[in-house]
Design a protein around this ligand. Structure first.
Ligand SMILES: [Zn+2]
Length: 249
């Protein structure tokens, strides 16, 4: 069947020709797709208001045989990121969408990734605390790929990390106890007991429950630095939107 309807999350768009856009979207069942939205840049486009990054909707698209680009026929919006408190969340919309775009392989189904993206987009639109949501999202993205280091015990000496905190060893992408970290080469900062407690909580909660999980500015910053180090090491680059967010602070 060349015509498909799917739950999907819009990741980004770019201009095509005079009046069209190419839309990159993540479907629940068939992975990431690129589609042409005809006339999307016209004033009376039927795609008006439905192509913002992190828009959730039912997407209908037509797949041509032997062609990578699909034809996007319709997006029925179920949740827009613009529904939430805008100023704080909007800068993060681009960051979350870019992370998902980088994480999702072309046309390779990954329903867990879709579900994480959809839940985080819905939480953002619902006014979840943005910084905590960002740390939560980074944690789960890395964890889904099996890239999140253990934060229970030191991989080198098995010391318990929960009380004393951990040091981020960037070369081996692990969290070490302070003792072992002394000989482990470059580090990407430390994680306090409070930051580690947040990770434990994040593993057990849905993103719309984040308002109840405490995280001080300092511990949030520790997690941000650790996650940026892990993400950059994995992608072998820094994300453009992450740089923008950092400069805004
Ligand atoms: Zn150790």
């Amino acid at each position: 069947m060349p015509l498909h309807t799917a739950d999907a999350l819009v990741l980004r768009t770019y201009k095509l020709g005079e009046a069209d856009r190419i839309v990159v979207f993540l479907t629940r069942d068939r992975g990431k797709k690129r589609g042409v939205a005809k006339g999307a840049r016209r004033v009376r486009s039927r795609f008006l208001g439905s192509l913002e990054p992190l828009t959730l909707g039912r997407v209908t698209y037509f797949e041509h045989e032997q062609r990578d680009l699909v034809r996007l026929d319709e997006i029925e919006v179920t949740r827009s990121p613009l529904a939430g408190p805008i100023d704080e969340g909007l800068a993060h919309v681009g960051y979350f969408a870019e992370l998902l775009d980088e994480w999702a392989p072309e046309a390779s189904p990954n329903e867990k990734l879709y579900r994480l993206g959809a839940a985080v987009a819905a939480a953002l639109g619902g006014g979840a605390p943005v910084e905590r949501l960002a740390r939560y999202f980074e944690y789960w993205l890395l964890r889904l790929e099996g890239l999140y280091p253990s934060f229970v015990s030191c991989p080198s000496c098995a010391a318990d990390l929960a009380e004393a905190g951990a040091v981020v060893a960037t070369r081996d992408r692990v969290f070490l106890c302070r003792q072992c970290a002394r000989t482990a080469g470059p580090t990407g900062g430390t994680l306090s007991a409070e930051a580690l407690a947040f990770l434990r909580d994040a593993g057990r909660h849905q993103p719309d429950g984040l308002a109840a999980l405490p995280l001080s500015t300092r511990a949030g910053r520790e997690l941000e630095l650790a996650h940026q180090a892990l993400i950059s090491a994995h992608l072998e680059k820094e994300l453009r939107s992450a740089r923008v967010l950092r400069e805004m602070k």
